[in-house]
Design a protein around this ligand. Structure first.
Ligand code: SF4
Length: 324
């Protein structure tokens, strides 16, 4: 039996509207690092982030990008019956290199007849914006012009491009605790600069961080509306043995959300979001071999069904409480 449509604007149906067929992401690892790993802003990475920077299991980072794309397409085509693909530069900070190197990698990724676009994950403080202090960091990483924003704007004109920015929380206390190395103001600044170039932006938000309250999550939804984001990924906080958070949790356990709390909070956020924003994901990809807690986050299908059921119970949907 066909399940009823989601009460939110899902990424898969959005892609089908645009391309007229099933389109799926293919993740690659271009061998970057992060300023929170290499000593520029810190060591060990953001508190919740696993050693591999949350890399998909099928990715073979030792291969050149061209081969990773080919191999990834074979895997994803078989598994999801997809016809076209977006190459997803996923782990680490994918604008953290000289522009010439970025261009070579992005071009290599696009050089496949079934690739229809790119998704580039990065940090807001490594996006680059001429004339600002944040750009200084970026220029130091990029060394040459064009700065990442110029380059991304060029790819935005050439192909179907999503730029993914980690927000995680609007609460600066939380951002300090998770060792992000930037504050909410840096995120806002980067978003305004990127939107001024017309870039299509998607934000990552974590639900379940112990210093965040419901007001922070609603404020995050309001901020994404106000800043003109076109996509969002909501992740549930989980504790992995492979992330620094694993040690923190073992030393000093803190309360994690129950599945019911998570589902309710996600629905609160969805109701508050602009109905035009595309929902890229509402769960996390935890590895059961290294997951400490909460175990319910492994049941992604169950969580998505519970979100649908909760929205139906409320008789609401994405945007029901949106305030333009
Ligand atoms: S969350 Fe992003 S910026 Fe932080 S360590 Fe992981 S990949 Fe790097």
């Amino acid at each position: 039996m066909k399940s009823p449509p989601h009460r939110y604007r899902s990424f898969s149906s959005h892609l089908r509207e645009i391309f007229g067929c099933r389109v799926h992401r293919v993740a690659v690892d271009a061998g970057f690092t992060c300023p929170t790993r290499d000593g520029t802003l810190g060591r060990g990475g953001c508190l919740y982030c696993e050693e591999a920077g949350s890399r998909a299991a099928y990715v073979e980072p030792a291969l050149p990008i061209r081969e990773q794309v080919r191999h990834g397409i074979e895997h994803v085509r078989r598994r999801y019956k997809a016809e076209k693909f977006l190459v997803y530069f996923q782990p680490y900070t994918n604008t953290y290199a000289p522009a010439e190197r970025l261009r070579a990698l992005y071009d290599e990724a696009l050089d496949h007849r079934d690739v229809v676009g790119l998704m580039i994950g990065t940090r807001p403080d490594y996006l680059g914006d001429a004339g600002t202090e944040k750009a200084t960091r970026c220029r130091a990483a990029a060394q040459h012009t064009p700065a990442p924003l110029d380059l991304l704007e060029e790819y935005h004109r050439r192909t179907y491009l999503w730029v993914e920015l980690g927000l995680q929380s609007v609460n600066d206390q939380t951002l300090r605790w998770i060792r992000r190395g930037h504050d909410f103001a840096a995120f806002e600044h980067a978003a305004v600069a990127a939107r001024a170039r017309g870039l299509r932006l998607c934000a990552h938000v974590i639900v379940g961080l112990p210093t965040d309250r419901r007001e922070d999550h609603l404020a995050a939804a309001d901020a994404l509306n106000r800043l003109g984001f076109e996509g969002v990924k909501i992740h549930c906080l989980y504790v992995s043995r492979k992330a620094p958070l694993g040690e923190v949790y073992a030393r000093e356990p803190f309360p994690l959300m129950t599945r019911e709390e998570y589902v309710e909070r996600v629905c609160d956020i969805l109701e508050r979001l602009n109905p035009r924003i595309v929902i890229h994901r509402l769960t996390s990809d935890a590895d059961r071999r290294t997951l400490i807690a909460p175990l319910w986050c492994l049941d992604k299908g169950g969580i998505l069904s519970a979100i649908d059921a909760e929205l139906a119970r409320r008789n609401s949907r994405q945007g029901s409480r949106y305030r333009p």
